[in-house]
Design a binder for this molecule. Structure first.
Ligand code: ADP
Ligand code: MG
Length: 267
C-alpha cells in the first residue's frame, strides 16, 4: 500500500455514491448519487435532519459499509471493490474513527486504550507523534487512569487520541460531542480543530450542533440522501439559519416544492 502524499488535495471523495437499505417496497434510499470531495487538511462538518444519511455517508466514505452504486476513494485508492482484507488493512492504516460512544475498554488505562488498535495490528506507535497527540489533547497526566476515573470529556479525548495514534490520513467522527456536556464538547471540538491546524489531520465530523459545526472550515448539508447545500467558513448563526429551513414548510422561494435542492448561501 502506497502512502499518499500529505500535500494538499483530496483526502476522500465519492462519485454517484448510492446506498439503499432493504429491497423491494421497503427499500430506503439512504444516499442518492452523492458527489463529494473531502479536502485534505481541512475540517469538514456534515449536518442534516435525522435520517438524512449523515452516518451512512460517513460509513461509506470510511469503508465501514458497502455501497449500492457509485465509487469511493481514499486518497488515490478506490475502495469500492476492494476485498474485505485489503479494506481492513486500509482502514487500519489510513483512517481513524470517533463515535458518540467512546468505546473505551474499562479495564485498560488511558494509555493502553490509546494504543490498543495499533497493538492489535502489531504496529509500534511512533513515539514522537504519540507524545505530540497526548500533549495536544492534554492527556499527559491522565495516562494511567482507567476510563471510569476520567470525565466524559477526558474519555472522548482519549478516544480522539486513539483515533489519531496511528497518524491516519483521515479522521471520521460521528457526533463525537453528542454524549458530552457543552463544556466537555467544546474541549473535544477545540482538539479536533487543533488536530487539523497543528497536526495537519483531515477531519470529517457529523454533528447536529450549529456551534460545533462552526468549528469546521466547511459545512455540508444533507437532506434525503443528497448534499443540498454547503457553507464555507461557517458561523453558528448561519448554520442555525440553514438548519431552520429544513424544518420550515417547503417552498420559501418561487421554485415550488422541490426548492430544497440548495441554491442557498455560499454557492
Ligand atoms: P442520519 O445519520 O442522518 O440520522 P442515517 O445515515 O443513519 O441518517 O440513515 C439514513 C436512512 O437510512 C434512514 O432512513 C435510516 O432509517 C436508514 N438506515 C440506516 N441504516 C440502516 C440499516 N442498517 N438498515 C435499514 N435502514 C437503515
Ligand atoms: Mg447518524
Amino acid at each position: 500500500m502506497t502512502t499518499a502524499d500529505s500535500g494538499r488535495g483530496t483526502a476522500a471523495r465519492a462519485r454517484a455514491l448510492t446506498k439503499a437499505y432493504g429491497t423491494g417496497e421497503t427499500t430506503v434510499l439512504a444516499l442518492d448519487a452523492v458527489d463529494v470531495d473531502i479536502d485534505r487538511g481541512r475540517f469538514t462538518a456534515v449536518m442534516g435532519p435525522s435520517g438524512s444519511g449523515k452516518s451512512t455517508l460517513m460509513h461509506c466514505l470510511a469503508g465501514l459499509d458497502t455501497v449500492s452504486a457509485g465509487g469511493v476513494w481514499i486518497g488515490d485508492t478506490e475502495i469500492t471493490g476492494l476485498r474485505e482484507r485489503e479494506l481492513t488493512r486500509l482502514r487500519r492504516d489510513r483512517i481513524g474513527f470517533m463515535f458518540q460512544s467512546f468505546n473505551l475498554l474499562p479495564t485498560l488505562s488511558a494509555a493502553e486504550n490509546i494504543t490498543l488498535p495499533m497493538d492489535i495490528a502489531g504496529r509500534r506507535p511512533d513515539q514522537e507523534w504519540l507524545d505530540r497527540v497526548i500533549d495536544t489533547l492534554g492527556l499527559r497526566d491522565r495516562l494511567r487512569h482507567r476510563p471510569n476515573q476520567l470525565s466524559g470529556g477526558q474519555q472522548q479525548r482519549v478516544a480522539c487520541a486513539r483515533a489519531l495514534a496511528s497518524r491516519p490520513e483521515l479522521i471520521f467522527a460521528d457526533e463525537p460531542t453528542g454524549n458530552l456536556d457543552s463544556r466537555a464538547g467544546a474541549e473535544v471540538l477545540a482538539f479536533l480543530r487543533e488536530a487539523v491546524d497543528s497536526l495537519g489531520q483531515t477531519v470529517v465530523m457529523v454533528t447536529h450542533d450549529p456551534s460545533a459545526a462552526a468549528c469546521a472550515d466547511l459545512v455540508l448539508f444533507l437532506a434525503d440522501g443528497r448534499i443540498v447545500d454547503r457553507i464555507e467558513a461557517p458561523t453558528a448563526a448561519a448554520v442555525l439559519e440553514r438548519m431552520r429551513r429544513f424544518s420550515a414548510p417547503a417552498a420559501t422561494g418561487p421554485a415550488g416544492p422541490a426548492a430544497s435542492e440548495g441554491s442557498g448561501e455560499g454557492s
